[in-house]
Design a protein around this ligand. Structure first.
Ligand SMILES: [Zn+2]
Length: 365
């Protein structure tokens, strides 16, 4: 995984090295980003409506840092960052120390996070400052302002120049953002809400990404794409049944003892839409001895099972009663006795004839 990340960074590097003229910036290495949560410790910053600027901006800055780290881990988009905070607790830091810290790190960008306060509750909205009206700091300022107005939908007070210590004394492009007014009820609703501060942190990330010529990208946990639930391809068994004379039609095919159908005139029958399992295929006819084959079917397989059936021996009546054949043979061989029978008939006929002649002679006399 580490190698993959490295490779992706290298390819990302290649892209931005190839397009320096188009973007004006380079991402040839992890950009060093300093986030500056304003105020802290004994300096609460602006206060109002139960809110303290120092707490709001520290929480937002920590969320921004987490997003930058997540974006670095996420190889599906975004950039690569090394992030530092000028403070990560409720402590007071001199203004000069903040810019000096960023300069000592040779940071690439400096982003300061503040919230406004004003004596009049009606003052409201979002604004962002840079030291110079042009250049990289102004570009970063404009994009942070744009993303924040989109995210929070507060009044757009615009992108401005400001002679602030942290902007003036930082050696790298820098911006200072004012989230909204703790003294305004509409703004305070956003400032006091953790989900809204998460949106603000994400708006800062998107602004920074776009500043570097990257598409705005919300990092997520690295989840491998889940394959859609496609059912495995069905399997098929092609059954052919033959005996020594050729294909056997009308053979009944069984699958695990369940009748499936009969073979056609070519002795063929297909069983399809099967899952990959073990099956026992059997073929039965009246004229053959039953036969069965076990088969282990694989996913999407078209398996063929061939039956070569043995015919049941043909049963005939003469063979069933061999003893009856003897009298039949005697009858055939007794042709002579039959003719002997007809000989005695002749004797009877002659006798009758003689009797009749004798009667006629006696009547004449
Ligand atoms: Zn402030």
């Amino acid at each position: 995984m580490k190698l993959r990340c490295t490779l992706l960074r290298l390819s990302l590097t290649a892209v931005f090295t190839a397009l320096p003229a188009a973007t004006g910036f380079g991402l040839s290495y992890a950009q060093v980003i300093v986030i500056d949560p304003g105020h802290g410790g004994g300096d609460p910053g602006g206060t109002g409506l139960g809110l303290q600027e120092k707490n709001i901006v520290l929480d937002t800055s920590e969320r921004f840092r987490e997003l930058l780290e997540a974006d670095t881990q996420d190889t599906t988009g975004g950039g690569s960052w090394t992030t530092h905070l000028t403070r990560d607790s409720d402590q007071f830091i001199e203004l000069a120390a903040r810019s000096a810290y960023a300069n000592s790190l040779d940071a690439d960008r400096f982003l300061s996070v503040h919230a406004n306060a004003f004596g009049t509750a009606s003052a409201n909205g979002t604004e962002t400052f840079s030291y110079s009206a042009t250049g990289s700091g102004a570009n970063l300022r404009n994009l942070i302002q744009e993303e924040m107005v989109t995210a929070w939908q507060l009044t757009d007070r615009g992108s401005k120049t400001g002679n602030f210590s942290v902007l003036r004394n930082t050696a790298m492009p820098a911006e200072l953002h004012e989230l909204g007014f703790v003294t305004n009820s509409v703004d305070a609703e956003k400032l006091g809400d953790a989900d809204a501060r998460q949106q603000a942190a994400l708006a800062h990330l998107h602004g920074l990404q776009r500043h570097y010529g990257l598409a705005a990208h919300t990092p997520g946990p690295e989840v491998p794409p889940i394959a859609p639930a496609i059912p495995p391809p069905p399997s098929t068994i092609d059954v052919t049944v033959a005996d020594k004379l050729g294909p056997v039609a009308d053979a009944v095919i069984f699958l695990n003892g369940m009748e499936q159908g009969r073979t056609n005139s070519s002795g063929f029958f297909r069983i399809d839409e099967l899952s990959a399992e073990n099956f026992v295929v059997s073929a039965q006819t009246r004229e053959h001895l039953g036969e069965e084959h076990a088969i282990q079917l694989r996913v999407g397989e078209v398996a063929s099972v061939q039956f070569r059936l043995t015919s049941v021996p043909k049963v005939h009546e003469p063979m069933m009663a061999p003893e009856d054949e003897a009298p039949a043979e005697e009858a055939v061989s007794g042709t002579c006795s039959s003719s002997g029978g007809s000989g005695s008939s002749w004797a009877v006929a002659l006798l009758v004839l003689l009797i009749l002649r004798f009667r006629r002679t006696s009547q004449r006399s």
